[in-house]
Design a protein around this ligand. Structure first.
Ligand code: SF4
Length: 223
């Protein structure tokens, strides 16, 4: 089943950009699944394919499935760990105050969630009480993230926060030990920076986060 909220948002964004002429640009992709069957042809098709997922217990408890939002051809892919309460309610990642903080940081490097950025989470459904994702949930859900990466083909992945970083990298370490290193995830360079909610909790982190975003911008400009 299509998440009509996201589809509607996509078409509204397209209308704002291009008026009543609707351009749907898709990369020519020929993804083949492990069993030899053809993979999804676009991000929208993949969204439609998995939005009823009940592979782990979180599926039954969700309000909204949170697939992701942004430019399907983005060079920059931002990944958080899982939807929170507001995201579960709205069906979009990084909304509310933390989302606004993220939008500000993106705007400072002349990007936005509509312009060369795609935002999603490792898990597509909300864990109860905003607890960290369980390894079993990540194991069930991570193949969806891998497919999103194949479809988007970003030049850089940025994990937002320690939990996203440690989940993607399989490292149980402090954020400071993951920052300022170019790691790799699913064949794509990956950096780790602060979760925007951490910047709201402690503004002392902002200068370092700004350094990370400047690095991101310089990296992408060179690509
Ligand atoms: S969290 Fe992932 S694996 Fe679990 S039900 Fe949601 S989409 Fe499916």
């Amino acid at each position: 089943m299509v998440d009509y909220h996201s589809a509607d948002r996509y078409f509204r964004q397209t209308k704002e950009l291009y008026g009543n002429t609707c351009y749907v640009q898709e990369k020519k992709l020929n993804i083949v699944m492990e069993d030899g069957s053809p993979g999804p042809k676009s991000l929208l098709a993949f969204h439609e394919q998995i939005s009823d997922c009940l592979k782990c217990a979180l599926g039954k408890k969700r309000d909204k499935f949170v697939f992701g939002v942004g430019d399907p051809n983005a060079n920059l892919l931002l990944i958080g760990e899982a939807p929170g309460a507001k995201e579960d309610e709205v069906g979009e990642p990084f909304v509310g105050r933390a989302g606004k903080m993220l939008d500000k940081m993106l705007s400072a490097i002349d990007r936005s969630r509509e312009k060369d950025v795609y935002i999603c989470n490792v898990l597509k459904c909300r864990p109860p009480d905003n607890r960290d994702p369980l390894p079993s949930e990540v194991e069930q859900c991570e193949s969806y993230l891998h497919m999103q990466i194949q479809l988007i083909q970003p030049k850089l992945i940025v994990a937002l926060g320690r939990v996203a970083g440690k989940t993607l990298l399989g490292l149980d370490t402090a954020l400071k030990d993951m920052r300022n290193i170019t790691h790799e995830y699913a064949g794509t360079p990956l950096r780790v920076t602060y979760h925007p909610a951490a910047l709201l909790r402690n503004s002392n982190f902002k200068p370092a986060a700004w350094e990370d975003f400047k690095w991101i911008n310089t990296f992408l400009e060179k690509k």
